[in-house]
Design a protein around this ligand. Structure first.
Ligand code: PCP
Length: 376
C-alpha cells in the first residue's frame, strides 16, 4: 500500500545499489573474495567541526550474523571526519550492505548533531522534537531515537514512541481550536481540559485567531491548572517573536498567572532559541532537527589481504581514532604510538554483536563528549 522498503529487504541486503550485486557476480565469476578492512568516514582529515554518531544500533543489527569483525565509536560520541566504523572480513558477504549501513548512519548522525546543537542553546529548558511530519513515517523512530541521543527531552510521534518504548508527548494543534470556531477558543480549551487524561500537561495554543496576549489570558482563565501557553505564531505574523513572548509573560504575571509558562514552537533554530531563552520555558523544534542534511559518510576499502589499499583521495591502512587530552580528534594507524583514548571499540566479533545499545547512555555520552571537545 505504501512505498516502503521492507525490513526483510533491508535485512537480506536488497536495500542496496545494484552495482553491489554486479560486484558479487563478478567476484563469484573470478572466484575472488579478498579479506578486506573497510572504514566509514565523512572526511579524511579533521576540520575542527564535530558531529555526533548515531544510527549504529541498526547498522550493527544489519551486519550481525555475517562473517565480520566490526569496530565503531559508541553512539553519542563526537567525531571529526572519522573513521567512525571499521568492518573487517571477506568482502563478498558484506559488500551489498554498504548502502544501508551508510543510510542508517548518515541520517541518524545528522539528526543527533542538529539535536545536540539545539539542546546546547537550551541546556536547562526542555526541547521537544516536533519534526516527524517533515519526513517519511517509516523513518520517524530513527529520527526520534537520534534526536534523543543528541539531547532533546522528548518527542511527539506516537508510533516512534511505540518502537522506542517511550511515550510521545503533545497537547493540541490549531485544528482543535478551529473545530470550535473563531470566538469559541474557550470551548476548545475546555474540551481539551475535560477530555484528555490527567497525565497530559495542560498546554493551550494561543495564537489561532486573536492576539497572543488576549488568548493567553483567556486560556489562563479557562483552564484552572494551565501549565503553559504555546506560541506558534505564523512567521508572516510574527514580527518580533521575543517581544511577543515578553509581552505575554508580562500580562500573565500582571494578571496573577505567574505559574503559567510559555512554550514556543514553529521554525525554531539554535539561534532563535538562544534569542528567546530567557523569556520562554520550553521549545518545540521540528525542521531544524528532522531536516538536517545527512552526514556525507562513505565506506572505503583500506586494506586487501593484509596489504595497504585505497582509492585516490582516501587514506590507506587500518586506523584508530583517539580523543586527545585537549578534546581533539586524532587519527593514526592502528598499533602506532598515539596519545589519548582510543574510540574505535569492538562492536561485532565474528558476526556477534558484543555491545548494548541504550539511548540514555548514548545521550549522556553525547553530553559529556560535547564538553570534552569544547563544543558546548
Ligand atoms: C508546530 C509548528 C510547526 C511544526 C510543529 C514543526 O505545529 O507549527 O509547523 O515545527 P518546525 O516549524 O520547527 O518544523 P502546530 O502548531 O501544532 O501546527 P498546526 O498549525 O498544524 O496546528
Amino acid at each position: 500500500m505504501f512505498d516502503i522498503v521492507s525490513e526483510t529487504a533491508i535485512r537480506e541486503g536488497r536495500a542496496t545499489d545494484a552495482y553491489f550485486l554486479r560486484t558479487e557476480e563478478a567476484l563469484d565469476h573470478a572466484d575472488r573474495n579478498p579479506h578486506v578492512v573497510t572504514e566509514v568516514t565523512a572526511d579524511q582529515f579533521p576540520t575542527g567541526e564535530f558531529e555526533v554518531l548515531a544510527g549504529l544500533k541498526d547498522a550493527a543489527h544489519l551486519l550481525s550474523g555475517l562473517p565480520v569483525d566490526v569496530h565503531a565509536l559508541r553512539e553519542g560520541t563526537h567525531f571529526d571526519g572519522g573513521p567512525v566504523m571499521r568492518i573487517e572480513g571477506p568482502y563478498r558477504p558484506f559488500a551489498r550492505y554498504e548502502t544501508s549501513i551508510l543510510g542508517f548512519l548518515s541520517y541518524a548522525s545528522a539528526v543527533a548533531t542538529a539535536a545536540r546543537e539545539t539542546k546546547a542553546a537550551s541546556p536547562d529548558k526542555p526541547i521537544l522534537s516536533f519534526g516527524a511530519r517533515h519526513i517519511h513515517p517509516a523513518s520517524t523512530a530513527a529520527l526520534e531515537r537520534s534526536a534523543l541521543i543528541g539531547g532533546v527531552d522528548g518527542f511527539s510521534h506516537v508510533a516512534a514512541g511505540e518502537t522506542l518504548g517511550r511515550e510521545a508527548g503533545g497537547t493540541m494543534p490549531h485544528a482543535l481550536v478551529i473545530c470550535f470556531g473563531k470566538g469559541h477558543q474557550e470551548e476548545a480549551w475546555r474540551a481539551f481540559d475535560e477530555g484528555v487524561g490527567p497525565d497530559v500537561p495542560r498546554v493551550a495554543l494561543v495564537d489561532t485567531y486573536s492576539d497572543e496576549v488576549d488568548e493567553a489570558l483567556r486560556a489562563a482563565e479557562t483552564i484552572p491548572d494551565l501549565e503553559s501557553v504555546r506560541l506558534d505564531t505564523t512567521s508572516s505574523r510574527r514580527g518580533d517573536f521575543r517581544a511577543i513572548a515578553r509581552e505575554v509573560r508580562w500580562e500573565l504575571d500582571a494578571n496573577g498567572h505567574e505559574d503559567v509558562g510559555i512554550f514556543a514552537s514553529g521554525g525554531l533554530t539554535p539561534e532563535t532559541i538562544e534569542h528567546l531563552y530567557d523569556v520562554v520555558d520550553g521549545f518545540g523544534v521540528g525542521s531544524h532537527v528532522s531536516n538536517a542534511d545527512p552526514v556525507d559518510f562513505a565506506l572505503d576499502i583500506v586494506e586487501v589481504d593484509g596489504e595497504l589499499a585505497a582509492k585516490r583521495g582516501k587514506l590507506s591502512g587500518t586506523k584508530q581514532v583517539y580523543r586527545t587530552p585537549d578534546g581533539g580528534h586524532h587519527v593514526a594507524l592502528e598499533g602506532g604510538e598515539a596519545e589519548g583514548e582510543p574510540l574505535l571499540e569492538p562492536l561485532i566479533e565474528d558476526g556477534e554483536i558484543v555491545r548494548e545499545f541504550d539511548i540514555d547512555a548514548a545521550a549522556e555520552r553525547c553530553r559529556e563528549d560535547a564538553a570534552r571537545v569544547g563544543g558546548d
